[in-house]
Structure formats: structure tokens, C-alpha cells
Design a protein around this ligand. Structure first.
Ligand SMILES: C[S@@+](CC[C@H](N)C(=O)[O-])C[C@H]1O[C@@H](n2cnc3c(N)ncnc32)[C@H](O)[C@@H]1O
Length: 318
């Protein structure tokens, strides 16, 4: 995900389009209209806001395979039966998907193999860009502080926690208890030592697609990990998050992910997908969350993907 493909898709820091909530339609607009303090921080990439629905956006993978849509990609890559039908109908070339993943089991297996083979260090989880760690944590800190009067300080969950970088430097200073979810044994084993705190109570060695909540959380922090979930599993995860917040009116979900300008890109080195903002927003909406603040990470090298940081609240809390 931080691999050399980052260099193929440089970010475009052109004019950022501000998007005012003049005629509130989406849950995000409605949230702004209800008075969330967004202060013009909702930005859209490069002013290139596509009119296409996210499900109509085309995409590409490491091997140059082209996909009509992300749905078509999931089917042709992970659903062998549907892929056969698409081949027969001429939608995809017969046996022609280079480096096809095969199925969901393979999709998730490769991620663990990849992360088990990476150094369990700050530099390792940041793909050799360890020098961005402080900038990343500073931005996340400021972002989280913005909501400090709203959210409780009891318990936070670090999802795809790696070796505990975010847990130690962002979450432990703010929350009484932190739990980590991380499927790579190499990474989580390092995390057990690295966090140096008894306040990290649980180290769940499992992928988010299989994770079952055992606690309720004031904050769920999800950084550079939704890229590993299929759309279907991402939705299930969002719904589980929603059901496992301490207070549906106050607790929050934070998502920090690489984003593509208007389409998607599948990196078959580690089986991850870089989505565009619109895809995330549609998934959040379907999962029962509303974006109340969205910024792009400033101060990172320009050869990396743009990084979106979303603050999410429960839509229509029960
Ligand atoms: C780029 S690292 C980010 C680690 C941490 N969030 C950070 O910012 O320092 C991505 C992490 O996601 C984990 N990961 C990969 N696939 C995952 C999955 N399906 N569920 C949860 N975590 C996953 C990897 O093992 C790796 O530790």
C-alpha cells in the first residue's frame, strides 16, 4: 500500500474544492446543517468531483488489468463462478485476468503473508516512510482533539494496529484502555512489547473481516487498513462498529486511508485497494455513519497517495 505504486500515482494537490452545504441532501450535508463544526474543512480532491456514482468508476490493478467498476473487480477476482460467467459473456477475457487473486481466502491470506514479511517497526509499517510518523501523529492528534468535549476517554480500539504505533503515540495518552486488532503475528507480537503499557488490555490477532467485538468503544481508530477489506466485509465491519460504541450519540469512528482521485487501484503485492473518497462516503452512508469532518493529511511527501482523514458519527442514533 505504500509500495512503489505510490510513485506511479502521484497525488495532485491542485485547487481543493470547498463544498458548501447549501441544499442539504446527503447525511454529511445534513450533519453540517445540524451545526457540526466543520468550518469549511470538507474538501474534495483536486476539484475533480466525478458525476459518476462510485460503483460506476473504472479501476486498474498492478498487472494493468482494467475493471469496469469495483463490483466487477470483486466478482472477477474473488468469485470464481461469477468470473466464469463473465468470461462466457465476453465481459472479461477468457482466462485473461493476469495475476487473478482467485477467492476471498486468497485475498486475505496474502495480506498476512505480506505483513509477516515486513519489519515490525515504525519504518516497516510505514513502508519505508518512517520519517512521516510524527507528522501523521500530530495531524491525527489535532483532529481527535477537535472532538475531545464530545467523546468519552474510557476505551479505544486500534484496528489494523500493526506494531502499535498509533496505539502508543495517539491513543494511549488519551484513553484509559486501548485494544489492538492485528492479524499479522509478527506485527502484533512486536506490539505487545512496543506499547509498554498495561492499559493495552487485548491484543486480538485476527483480520477485521473476522473480528467480533467483546467491548464497547468511545473511539474506533482505523488507519491504513480498510484498504484490505472487500466492500462487503467493510460494510459488515461498519455495522459492527455502530453496534459496539459506548454512546451512539457521542462515540466516534475515525478512518485514515490512502485515496485515489476518482477511481480505484488494486495493489496485488499485498492485496489492497485504494478507493476514492466517494466510494468511502457511500460505504459509510450504507454502514450507518455520517462524515462530520474530513481533511487531507498535510505535509507528506508528494509522491505518496493523498490521505483522507474522516471523522464519523452514527447516523440517526438509536
Ligand atoms: C500500513 S500498516 C498500518 C499499521 C497501523 N495502522 C499504523 O498506522 O501504524 C497496515 C496494517 O494492517 C494490517 N492488516 C492487513 N490486512 C488486514 C485485515 N484484513 N484486517 C486487519 N488488519 C489488517 C497489516 O497486518 C498491517 O499491520
Amino acid at each position: 500500500m505504500f509500495s512503489f505504486h505510490s510513485f506511479i500515482f502521484p497525488t495532485h494537490y491542485g485547487v481543493l474544492g470547498f463544498w458548501g452545504p447549501q441544499n442539504p441532501k446527503t447525511p454529511t450535508d445534513q450533519a453540517i446543517a445540524r451545526g457540526y463544526n466543520i468550518q469549511n474543512m470538507i474538501t474534495r480532491s483536486s476539484g475533480k468531483v466525478s458525476k459518476l456514482k462510485s460503483k460506476e468508476q473504472r479501476g486498474e490493478d498492478t498487472f494493468g488489468n482494467q475493471y469496469q467498476s469495483i463490483d466487477q473487480m470483486w466478482k472477477s477476482e474473488l468469485k470464481p463462478e461469477e468470473a466464469k460467467m463473465m468470461e462466457a459473456a465476453g465481459i472479461i477475457p477468457e482466462g485473461g485476468i493476469k495475476g487473478r487473486v482467485g477467492d476471498e481466502k486468497q485475498w486475505y491470506k496474502k495480506q498476512i503473508e505480506y505483513w509477516d514479511s515486513q519489519e515490525a517497526s515504525i519504518n516497516g509499517v510505514l513502508g519505508g516512510y518512517g520519517h512521516v510518523h510524527h507528522t501523521d501523529i500530530d495531524t491525527s492528534s489535532g483532529f481527535l482533539n477537535h472532538f475531545k468535549d464530545r467523546i468519552g476517554t474510557g476505551r479505544a480500539l486500534d484496528c489494523g494496529a500493526g506494531m502499535g504505533r498509533v496505539t502508543k503515540h495517539l491513543l494511549l495518552p488519551r484513553f484509559a484502555k486501548v485494544d489492538m486488532v492485528e492479524p499479522s503475528k509478527v506485527q502484533i507480537d512486536k506490539g505487545r512489547i512496543y506499547v509498554e503499557s498495561e492499559n493495552v488490555e487485548n491484543f486480538y490477532m485476527v483480520g477485521l473481516q473476522e473480528f467480533e467485538f467483546q467491548h464497547k468503544y468511545d473511539v474506533v481508530w482505523v488507519q491504513w487498513v480498510l484498504c484490505y477489506l472487500t466492500d462487503a466485509d467493510l460494510l459488515v465491519f461498519l455495522k459492527k462498529c455502530r453496534a459496539n460504541l459506548v454512546d451512539q450519540k457521542k462515540s466516534m469512528l475515525f478512518v485514515k486511508e490512502n485515496v485515489h482521485d476518482t477511481s480505484f487501484y488494486v495493489d496485488k503485492d499485498d492485496n489492497s485497494v485504494v478507493r476514492c473518497d466517494k466510494m468511502f462516503e457511500e460505504l459509510f452512508e450504507q454502514g450507518g455513519f455520517t462524515v462530520v469532518k474530513h481533511i487531507y493529511q498535510p505535509g507528506f511527501p508528494k509522491d505518496l497517495y493523498r490521505i483522507s482523514l474522516f471523522a464519523l458519527v452514527v447516523t440517526n442514533p438509536e
